[in-house]
Design a binder for this molecule. Structure first.
Ligand SMILES: *Cc1c(COP(=O)(O)O)cnc(C)c1O
Length: 474
């Protein structure tokens, strides 16, 4: 069967890609111009004549991989995307092959059961009560256990969180449409998907209230009252308050405990955007950064960021199941129409209809490494950020805006913003390092995210040397 032969070719090429990435024998990034890549890959010929198999497949894949960004490379400090464990990739293959759209139980009982299980595992890590493994039991109808769903990315998970919060404050929303006085309270350091979600829901930018932050970009809990007063003066009602754990740009955790207390006092839905930082829940050492999360109402958590899982696999978790199950319908009776159902349909909880086995990708990684393996990874990447911070702070010509709290570290040489940007461009162009940049408190910084388990302080030293060389040429 050509499947086995072709799969063997693919696996061998991937193995070589991985070895090259680890050894650094090939560059971390290779950005040719788009039309060059289309030509080099000979795309049009394959569409005309087919035949992408055997030796042609090997040749094609070699080229394809040569123009692919290497997240396992020790010089990869780029976007917050997991350098995945290979087990997760194998799960992607399994899922791609069987193609079970598991949001309806009968279309993927194994995948749906695995998703149900890993969602419960995540709920437990947050400190919430997991859902019953008999979801249709009579006493579960109105129960107050936690619940969750895996969706295609943190941005979509944030949108869902806002929908759930709106359902709570305006129970008839599905029937009547959105009230015009609803407002969102959000850290000024929040991910742009929050504002985008509000926009999608018809909550205009004027109703998105930015919360005051300190010099590290963390919400100032004692300023929350001011924002709330302003919002009330404007004739609005707070639908949700969103905090970061951690922030995207700098990786700083908000103080969840006092924020949760404020939300409880004022009966505001408290959502924690922990797309990147919830991995800390697995670590003895870093868990405390999310202290207070148990008092939140919802959280998002991307496995395709700090949990070494291939994209995408993002969880929306809520403390009280009922709000999630009714967010996109005004009652949940249709959920319980058939008590004889052997399993659980995730469909009513999702925006997607057809949905792949996101939980299986994460489960394969979790099961390969065990909880302790993932916890070790989180510790190691955060430790590297600390070491890199200390090293950079020792350099007279460089400085960091904050001491890192996760695996994200920003720094800048004492030059103007345009030069900072051009250094990043040069590094990518010469293919030596992959990193991003961000603006914080009005200044542009180079931004490193330590995703590859293969990076070490030596790689940071090499980056610093390279930045200095480029500065002398600028
Ligand atoms: C990455 C990130 C998101 C968006 O998640 P995607 O999976 O990329 O859609 C949202 N919030 C925070 C804090 C993030 O770091």
């Amino acid at each position: 069967m050509p499947f086995i032969q072709d799969a063997d070719i693919v696996v061998r090429e991937l193995d070589q890609f991985f070895s090259q990435s680890i050894s650094g024998s090939e560059p971390v990034i290779n950005q040719e111009r788009l039309e060059v890549i289309i030509n080099e890959l000979d795309l049009a010929t394959y569409v005309r004549s087919g035949g992408l198999t055997d030796r042609k497949l090997a040749a094609f894949l070699k080229k394809y991989l040569s123009y692919s960004t290497r997240l396992h490379h020790s010089h990869y400090f780029g976007h917050q995307c997991a350098a995945p464990h290979y087990s997760g990739a194998l799960a992607s293959l399994v899922d791609g092959f069987i193609n079970n759209p598991m949001a309806v139980y009968e279309m993927g009982p194994a995948a749906a059961s695995v998703e149900y299980f890993v969602v419960n595992w995540m709920l437990e890590k947050v400190g919430w009560q997991p859902s019953s493994t008999n979801p249709y039991a009579e006493n579960n109808r109105e129960n107050s256990t936690g619940a969750g769903v895996l969706v295609n990315g943190g941005s979509l998970a944030n949108l869902l969180a806002l929908l759930v919060a709106r359902r709570k404050i305006q129970p008839d929303v599905w029937q009547s449409g959105s009230n015009s006085d609803l407002a969102v309270m959000v850290s000024s350091e929040s991910h742009y998907s929050i504002e985008k979600s509000a926009g999608i829901m018809g909550i205009g930018k004027n109703s998105v209230y930015q919360l005051a932050v300190d010099e590290r970009g963390a919400i100032l809990p004692d300023q929350l009252e001011n924002t709330l007063n302003q919002l009330v003066v404007d004739g609005k009602k707070p639908m949700i308050l969103v905090a970061n754990a951690c922030s995207t740009a700098l990786g700083i955790y908000d103080s969840l405990e006092p924020i949760a207390e404020f939300c409880q006092t004022h009966n505001i839905w408290f959502h924690v955007d922990a797309a990147h930082g919830a991995g800390a829940l697995l670590s003895e050492k870093h868990r405390d950064k999310l202290r207070g999360v148990v008092q939140a109402d919802s959280i998002i958590w991307d496995a395709h960021k700090m949990l070494q899982t291939p994209s995408l696999c993002a969880a929306l978790l809520v403390k009280e199941r009922a709000f999630l199950d009714t967010a996109m319908h005004h009652d949940a009776s249709y959920l319980f129409h058939d008590k004889e159902q052997p399993g659980f349909d995730f469909m009513p909880r999702t925006i997607e209809c057809t949905k792949s086995a996101l939980g299986t990708k994460f489960f394969f990684v979790l099961a390969a490494l065990g909880e302790s393996g993932l916890s070790h990874y989180v510790d190691q990447q955060c430790e590297l950020a600390q070491q890199a911070y200390q090293y950079i702070e020792e350099q007279p010509d460089l400085n960091c805006p904050v001491c890192p709290e996760s695996n994200i570290l920003c720094f800048r040489p004492e030059v103007d913003d345009a030069t900072v940007l051009s250094i990043r461009d040069s590094l990518l162009k010469e293919r030596s390092f992959h990193l991003t940049s961000t603006v914080f408190n009005g200044k542009r910084y180079l931004r490193m995210v330590f995703m590859s388990p293969n990076s070490s302080l030596d790689d940071v030293r090499r980056l610093v040397e390279r930045v200095r060389v480029l500065l002398t040429v600028e």
